[in-house]
Design a protein around this ligand. Structure first.
Ligand SMILES: Cc1cc2nc3c(=O)[nH]c(=O)nc-3n(C[C@H](O)[C@H](O)[C@H](O)COP(=O)(O)O)c2cc1C
Length: 400
C-alpha cells in the first residue's frame, strides 16, 4: 500500500524546490497531499502542487467550499509522515510552540506521526539564537531536523541555510520508512562524557571529554532498534529521544550506575573518560588560599571497564575505548586483553580530526588478533561501525 505523506510548504524562497520534490515523490510509491501557508502561496501557486500531486492543495482553514470542515483532523490521521519543506523560521517557531493558526500548523499539531522539518532561510535568521533554540526544541519533541546546507544563498549571503538537494530530501523521507531492526531486542549500555572528582564544594578535577562519541553511538544504536541507556557524566550533549539517560558526576557514581545496569545489558560500550584517581578527602568547606603550596592526596578510582570484563556473561559483548598520546598499539592491545574486552577502540589525541570535542574521529579498532585502521568519519558513522562489529563478534561466537 502506498505511504501517505503530507508536505507542508511555508513562505520561503526555496518553495519552488518543493515542486520538484512533490513531483519526484508522486512518481515513487507515495501519495502526496500538499498544505501551504498563506505566505507560501506568494511564492508558488497551489495549482502547481495540485497538478504534481494529483490531489487538492490545502491552504485555507476556513474555506466555505471545502466538503469536510474538519479536513485538517482527517488529514492528520491520513498521514504516515508530515514533512515541512521548506520550513521558514516563522513556521518552525510556531510548530515548536504549539501555535496552530492556519491549515498547515493546525494539521501539524493534530498529527501524531513521524515529523520532519527542512529549515531553509538566510544565514543570519538561521544562526539567530531564537531559531537555534527552536530547532533544539524541535529535536527534543522528536521531530527530525534535516540540516540545511552551507553555500551561496538566494539573498547573496554565503553561509548555512540552504535547502538540501531534492535528492537528499527524498532519501531522508525514504529513510523514515525503513525500519532498521539490526539490534531489535538488544539492550545497549553506553558510558559517555567525563567524570568530575570533587576537591571541595566548588572545585573538581575533570578532563576534556565532551561525550559526543558516546552519545553518537547511542543515537546509532537507537536507530538500529536497540533499547539504549547512557550513563553520562556532565556534558552539553542534547538528550536523544527514546534513549534513557542516567546522569552521574564522579567515577564512583558511574561505577554504581554501571553495576546496576550491567546484568541486563547485551552490548556494553565504555566510551566515558573516567578519572583514574580522585582526591582522598573532599573538603566540606571551600578550601581557603594561604601562603603555602598545596598537596592533594589522590586515591585510585574503581576500574569500571575491568569490572565489566570480569563479570562478562555469555550473552554480553564489551567494547572499551583508549585514548593515548604515545605507544597507542601496545597500550591498546594490553587493555583489550587485561580488561577482557571483545573490542577496543583506540585513538591518538594528536591525530587531526580525532579527539574530544570534534564531530569526527580517527580510530584503530582492535579485536582478537585483528587491527583495523579506520579512515576519518563522523562520530555517528563510527557508532554504526562499532555496533555492527559487535554484532559480528556476537554472531561469530554463536557459530563457534
Ligand atoms: C522574497 C522573500 C523571501 C523569503 N525567504 C525566506 C526564507 O527563505 N526563509 C524564511 O524563513 N523566511 C523567508 N522569508 C520571510 C517569510 O516569508 C516570512 O517570515 C513569512 O512570515 C513566513 O510565513 P509562513 O511561515 O507562514 O509561511 C522571505 C520573505 C520574502 C519576501
Amino acid at each position: 500500500m502506498k505511504k501517505h505523506i503530507c508536505i507542508g510548504v511555508s513562505g520561503g524562497i526555496a518553495a519552488y524546490k518543493a515542486c520538484d520534490l512533490v513531483s519526484q515523490l508522486s512518481k515513487k510509491d507515495y501519495e502526496i497531499k500538499v498544505l501551504m501557508t498563506k505566505h507560501a502561496t506568494e511564492f508558488v501557486a497551489p495549482l502547481t502542487f495540485e497538478t504534481l500531486s494529483h490531489n487538492h492543495c490545502y491552504c485555507d482553514l476556513f474555506n466555505p467550499n471545502i466538503e469536510d470542515p474538519i479536513e485538517h483532523v482527517e488529514l492528520a490521521k491520513w498521514a504516515d509522515c508530515f514533512v515541512i519543506v521548506p520550513a521558514s523560521a516563522n513556521v518552525i517557531a510556531k510548530v515548536v510552540h504549539g501555535i496552530a493558526d492556519d491549515f498547515l500548523t493546525t494539521t501539524f499539531l493534530a498529527c501524531h506521526t513521524k515529523k520532519m522539518i527542512c529549515p531553509a532561510m538566510n544565514v543570519h535568521m538561521y544562526e539567530n539564537e531564537v531559531t537555534q533554540q527552536n530547532l533544539k526544541k524541535a529535536k527534543e519533541l522528536g521531530y527530525i531536523v534535516l540540516e540545511p546546507d552551507t553555500g551561496l544563498l538566494a539573498c547573496n549571503d554565503v553561509g548555512k541555510g540552504k535547502l538540501p538537494s531534492v535528492d537528499a530530501i527524498v532519501k531522508a523521507i525514504d529513510h523514515l520508512f525503513i525500519e532498521d531492526n539490526t539490534l531489535k531486542g538488544k539492550n545497549v549500555l553506553i558510558t559517555a562524557g567525563p567524570t568530575q572528582e570533587a576537591i571541595d564544594p566548588v572545585r573538581f578535577i575533570s578532563n576534556h571529554s565532551s561525550g559526543k562519541q558516546g552519545y553518537a553511538i547511542a543515537k546509532a544504536a537507537k536507530d538500529m532498534g536497540a533499547n539504549v541507556t547512557i550513563i553520562s557524566g556532565p556534558t552539553q550533549c542534547e538528550e536523544i529521544n527514546g534513549v534513557s539517560i542516567v546522569s552521574v558526576k564522579s567515577a564512583v557514581e558511574m561505577f554504581e550506575a554501571v553495576k546496576e545496569h550491567l546484568e541486563h545489558s547485551n552490548y556494553i560500550i565504555m566510551a566515558a573518560a573516567v578519572a583514574d584517581y580522585r582526591p582522598e578527602q573532599i573538603s566540606e568547606q571551600k578550601i581557603k588560599k594561604n601562603d603555602e603550596s598545596m598537596v592533594i592526596h589522590m586515591i585510585k578510582n574503581p576500574d569500571i571497564l575491568a569490572y565489566a570484563g570480569q563479570h562478562k556473561k555469555e550473552n554480553q559483548v564489551i567494547c572499551g575505548f583508549a585514548m593515548e598520546t604515545e605507544n597507542l598499539e601496545e597500550n591498546a592491545y594490553k587493555k583489550l586483553v587485561s580488561k577482557n574486552c571483545d573490542m577496543l577502540i583506540a585513538n591518538n589525541l594528536f591525530t587531526k580530526g580525532a579527539g574530544f570535542k570534534t564531530d569526527t574521529n580517527v580510530v584503530t579498532l582492535f579485536k582478537n588478533n585483528e587491527r583495523i585502521h579506520l579512515p576519518k568519519m563522523t562520530k555517528e558513522e563510527l557508532g554504526v561501525k562499532i555496533l555492527k562489529t559487535l554484532k559480528e563478534i556476537e554472531e561469530g561466537r554463536k557459530t563457534c
